[in-house]
Write a protein that binds this ligand. Sequence first.
Ligand code: C2O
Ligand code: CU
Ligand code: CU
Length: 526
Amino acid sequence: MEMANAQASGIKPDREKGIIMNRRIFLTKLAAAIGTLSITNVMAQPHQMGNMPMSGHGMKGMNMSGQNMGHMSSSGGNLLPESALPKNLPLPELQSLVNTSSRPGYFFSFLEAKPVTLQLTPEVSTEFWAYNDQIPGPAIEVFEGDTVEITLINSLPQPTTIHWHGLPVPPDQDGNPQDEVLPGAEHTYRFTLPEGSAGTYWYHPHGHETVAEQAFRGLAGVFIVKPKNDPLANIPVQNWLMSDLKLAADGQIAPNSMMDWMNGREGQFVLINGAHQPQITINTATRARLWNTCSGRYLNLALSDADIYLIGTDGGRLEQPHKLTSLLLTPGERAEILIVPKKSTQVSLKALAYDRGKMGRHAPEVTRDLASVVMTSAALPTLPKKLTTLPQLGEATATKTLEYTETMAMGNGQHGMNFLINGKKHDMNRIDLTSKVGEVEEWEIFNNSHMDHNFHLHGTQFTVVNYQLDGRTRAPDYIGHKDTINLRPYERVRIKMVQNHKGLRMYHCHILEHETLGMMGQLNVV
Ligand code: C2O
Ligand code: CU
Ligand code: CU
């Protein structure tokens, strides 16, 4: 029962019971473990590779079937059974980050990134890397126009940064890989959020080649920017942060398998606000903010017996609600929806099977239950004629083209996949593209590969102009502010945006394994 309560309030450390290990012992153990976890080591270990076919296969025809990837299976090792974590406990609320400033319009606080051992059940105790000892990290809620100062204390055994995903903060405050904070050091991020930036954002690490690991060990939290005048203020809100967790049989966070590096990590658990298949209660028409903070898992969400309207995308409200039958949220994407239960019943929130063209032998895609939802029928609330007014960017006066490709990586004892943008792997010392402050640009991104990848650009929001697939062009179903967007295999998407700050911006696939392996580029805004 005690455990049930702990679970119901999210995953939090139990200091009283002395579960947090002596930190120095813990860090030493961890440092030893990390040696075996770095990407290059994993890539170089032949037993991790499962004898990938070394020749005779082009990427399109590559099939790591049967013998080749046999013992890797989709999981890459012995995992804890799904039944090991309880389900159906009440959905925990996200814990808020406390504002230490009493000045109106200011939000001051700190986030300490550090290893912490959490007792998930009486039998399962797991070492996470967490912000302020919380999984997920504390929720930051501010208003547009606010000035934010957050000090990162790095108590991890490796360098890190905090990146404010989707927020229009200056590049030198955005936690780029170039601006790492060393272990034991602190750094204060400062920015003022402009009017019109209300939306559903998040924060996570963005160090050099460490993002995948730091994210799968637990470092992520939500960042909500509320509008000063909210026409929907009288409709209750719920926050659902969806994350992925992969636990080895001993209850520890499993390292990435070769399959995880290729396809994007997917664990055996999907958590909402840190809880496994929780029970959600919806008593009335409700707004829900949704985050997919998973490393590689696509969530094709569906809920029966309710009318669902999309009312906001990554960077804010749509002008009009858009009725949905399902909602694909790829890693990094967010949405704000309005849920209007049609009857009083209990249903499950599902992630429908979605084929994203994974490589190699992997388990078939299945529909998963993410939560059970107890709902009470409700009427559609009166909505304003317009939820917001999106600014018009005008004609683009510059264009860019980006192409995603995949190649086999071989030589120097390195085997695996290269995930490339315009034929190149990320290089911290190379500027790939240049834009001018204030200039409206249209980018065409072409996914020239057999697998879904998504695209994320730092520092601004964009809108979709159109999609092109199999020779057909289609307009988007709705216009909203996006910073992360999916591309089907061989799909092209054209997007329009403007950058408002000088400096370095990253763009990448938000399947974090692909990003970490180099599917990332650097834009210099001048
Ligand atoms: Cu959420 Cu560069 O990423
Ligand atoms: Cu980002
Ligand atoms: Cu990708």
